[in-house]
Structure formats: structure tokens, C-alpha cells
Ligand binder design. Structure first.
Ligand SMILES: *Cc1c(COP(=O)(O)O)cnc(C)c1O
Length: 401
């Protein structure tokens, strides 16, 4: 590594940080970041090998521990989130699993909001529970419910905001204040907003989780994840799990994600702008019962969203009007099948707009009662707006509306 490494000034704008921070150059002087496809690193001598292993000398040993491409991604994301430290992982789920294993032990308890990514719920209910970690699910926006759920062994509050697919916005500051009063860590999955739109540390969050697979890559290419937070906490508690259990981010994926970050802000701003246009247009349609988008004044937490987030984000959900749930499902499927450009897929965070019917896909396995409790009706459609032109998206949706 040459000495031209950029320190990462926290006063830079997000767009500058996303391009200039974390860069490390080799003596070859490459302008774009190098991709370090190597599993191990060589030493000058036996003594140096011993020093590296003992940790008395800094430097690379083995790619499960450190890799320069991965470190560049970690440093860049830490700067963007405004945290001291970041640990990259192989996927978003690897980040959540690693953080939970590092921050909790058998006999511990966590409280989370009900509206979570499906695999996160499975992890908490089916896997962590087997290792003696209990989870209580509460209504995310009901602060009193969080407080009531606290036990002497509660270690974490875990939230996603805005939630998927109904875009409920949770007050990160209020939740973090409550957590800290009880010596609990607040964890925010910032996948939907990314640091371009929301910086949870500014509202007191301790740990920020990412599925880098979504907007950080932004082009639907690779899996990745990250855990951001205080250096001591992550180094002491989470790094040992990552190094030993091995859910490591590959150097190739780290490099792709570095390139993704460079365009993060312009993508998030452009996708949000189109999402707002689509949300307003849908809200005016006689076929639409209700639109869920934090950027709309009709959104129940619009004011909070505008305090916490730069924009409403790129996820727009809406309920179609119908006489019955059966008719609603028919109408939703018809609209989805009438699109010719928009991709029918459950993924989000791509340059390509995607359309999903949560009632029969992501939330299809829930019992009808559980689905109703979660507010997922059969006429509900979720759009993850990409970078296409508004008019083209509008025409594609109008056909089936
Ligand atoms: C996709 C997603 C995850 C999981 O990320 P993977 O990279 O697929 O493992 C976690 N949280 C949210 C909010 C997500 O959308």
C-alpha cells in the first residue's frame, strides 16, 4: 500500500465520500481500486509471519481475516454511515447472523418489530431460538409495546425502517433512547434507505446492518452484507465470530460493491424522485384504494420520515380497490401480468423496476389471519422503482390499472 491512501474526511458530502473514501493504492498507482483475488499473503521472514499471527504487527495474513478489496469497501461504508467501523459479510443474512451471534449468548432476549424481511424472521424464530436466544415481536411504531417487552436479559432492539412492504416508519431516535435507558443496543437494518437517504447513527442507533445485495450494489449483480458501528464493540464481540465462523465477503464482490457505492447517491435520489411521481400518480387513480409511500403527505408517519430520511425512498406499495379479497387478488395479478417491461421478481434495489404480489409470494406462507394482522391484503402490490423513465413506467403500469 502506498501512502496516498485517502483519509476519509467526515465533512465531505455523501457523494464525495462514496467515491473518494477508503481507497488504498498499490505502488503501481492504479486509479481505480485493485481487486485482490488472493486467499493468503506472503511474509518477508519467519519473524514477520510470527508477528502478524501474534497481532503485534499490522498486516494481512489470510483472506478470511482481511483482504484489501474488502477493507476498502468496509472503510468506505463506515465513512458513509458515519460509524467508526464496518465489517463486511457474504450477504445481508450473514451480517444479521454474525451480529446476533456476536452480540448475544444463550439465554439472551431481543425485541424486534413485526414487519421484517422474511428470512430475518426465520433466523430469529427457527434458528437463534434453537441456541437459546428468544425474540419478542412487537408493533414497530408502538413505543410502549417495545418498553413492555423489555426483560432483564434483553440485549437488542432490532428494526427495519421503512418496513417492507407497507413502508411503516419507526422513530429511530425514540427507540434508541429507550434502548439506552435499559442498557440495550439498538440495531437498524438500513437496507431500504442506505446512508444516502438515512444515517441511523445520527439518531442514536448503535449497529447498522446492510444487505449490500440491494441498493449498495444497486445493479443486481452480487450478494454482500455489512455491520457498521463502534470499533471497540464490533472488534471485541463481532469480529471473532466473523473470522472464525467465516461468513466472509469475497474480494470480487467487495470490488463490485465499491463500484456500486460510487453511484449510490445519484441512484437513490433519482429512484426516489421517480417513486414519488409514481406514488402521486397512483394516489390519483380511481382503481387504487391506498398508496403506501413515506414521501406522500397522506402517509401516517410522513413528518417523521421527512425528519429521518432525505426522501421517501424507492419502494412504493398500493392496495387496489375490489369488492372482495378474491377479486382483489385477480385484479393484482392482472395488473402484474399486464406489465411488459417491469420485472416480476421479489428482489429490490436494482436499476430495473420490480413488481411483487406480497400476498402470494413473500407473505404467501403466512396464515390468512397473520397476513391480515400484518396488513397484507390480496390487492396489495409492491413496486421497487428503478432508474427507468417515469413515463415508461407509468405506461407499463397503466395498461393493467
Ligand atoms: C434482502 C434483505 C436482507 C437479506 O439480505 P441478503 O443479502 O439477501 O442475505 C435483509 N434485510 C432486508 C431488509 C432485505 O431486504
Amino acid at each position: 500500500m502506498s501512502k496516498q491512501d485517502h483519509t476519509a474526511p467526515s465533512q465531505w458530502d455523501t457523494s464525495t465520500q462514496a467515491i473518494r473514501s477508503g481507497t488504498k493504492r498499490t505502488p503501481f498507482g492504479e486509479h481505480s481500486e485493485a481487486m485482490f483475488l488472493t486467499s493468503s499473503f506472503v511474509f518477508d521472514s519467519a519473524a514477520q509471519a510470527a508477528a502478524r499471527f501474534a497481532g503485534t504487527e499490522e498486516g494481512n495474513v489470510y483472506a478470511r481475516f482481511t483482504n484489501p478489496s474488502v477493507q476498502m469497501f468496509e472503510e468506505r461504508l463506515a465513512v458513509l454511515e458515519g460509524t467508526e467501523y464496518c465489517l463486511a459479510t457474504a450477504s445481508g443474512m450473514a451480517a444479521i447472523t454474525t451480529a446476533c451471534m456476536g452480540l448475544m449468548s444463550q439465554g439472551d432476549h431481543m425485541v424486534t418489530s413485526k414487519s421484517l424481511f422474511g428470512a430475518t424472521v426465520q433466523l430469529f424464530v427457527n434458528i437463534l431460538a434453537r441456541f437459546g436466544i428468544e425474540t419478542t415481536f412487537v408493533e414497530g411504531t408502538d413505543l410502549a409495546a417495545w418498553e413492555k417487552a423489555i426483560r432483564p436479559n434483553t440485549k437488542l432492539f432490532y428494526v427495519e425502517t421503512p418496513s417492507n412492504p407497507l413502508t411503516e416508519v419507526i422513530d429511530i431516535q425514540a427507540l434508541s433512547d429507550l434502548a439506552h435507558k435499559h442498557n440495550i443496543l439498538s440495531v437498524v437494518d438500513n437496507c431500504f434507505c442506505t446512508p444516502a437517504l438515512q444515517k441511523p447513527v445520527e439518531f442514536g442507533a448503535d449497529i447498522i446492518i446492510h444487505s449490500a445485495t440491494k441498493y449498495l450494489d444497486g445493479q443486481g449483480r452480487v450478494l454482500g452484507g455489512a455491520i457498521c458501528g463502534k470499533k471497540d464493540l464490533l472488534k471485541d464481540k463481532v469480529l471473532p465470530v466473523l473470522r472464525t465462523a467465516g461468513p466472509t465477503l469475497s474480494a470480487f464482490n467487495a470490488w463490485v460493491l465499491l463500484k456500486g457505492l460510487e453511484t449510490l447517491k445519484i441512484r437513490m435520489m433519482a429512484q426516489s424522485e421517480t417513486a414519488l411521481q409514481i406514488a402521486k400518480w397512483l394516489e390519483a387513480s380511481p382503481a387504487v384504494e391506498r398508496v403506501y409511500y413515506p414521501g406522500l403527505e397522506s402517509h401516517p408517519q410522513h413528518a417523521l420520515a421527512m425528519k429521518q430520511q432525505k426522501t421517501g425512498g424507492a419502494i412504493v406499495s398500493f392496495d387496489l380497490k375490489a369488492e372482495s379479497e378474491e377479486k382483489a387478488r385477480e385484479a393484482a395479478w392482472k395488473l402484474i401480468d399486464s406489465t411488459q417491461m417491469i420485472s416480476i421478481t421479489a428482489n429490490l434495489g436494482d436499476t430495473r423496476t420490480t413488481i411483487t404480489h406480497p400476498g402470494t409470494t413473500t407473505h404467501g406462507r403466512l396464515s390468512p389471519e397473520a397476513r391480515q394482522a400484518a396488513g397484507i391484503k390480496q390487492g396489495l402490490i409492491r413496486l421497487a422503482i428503478g432508474l427507468e423513465d417515469f413515463k415508461d413506467l407509468q405506461n407499463d403500469l397503466a395498461r393493467g390499472l
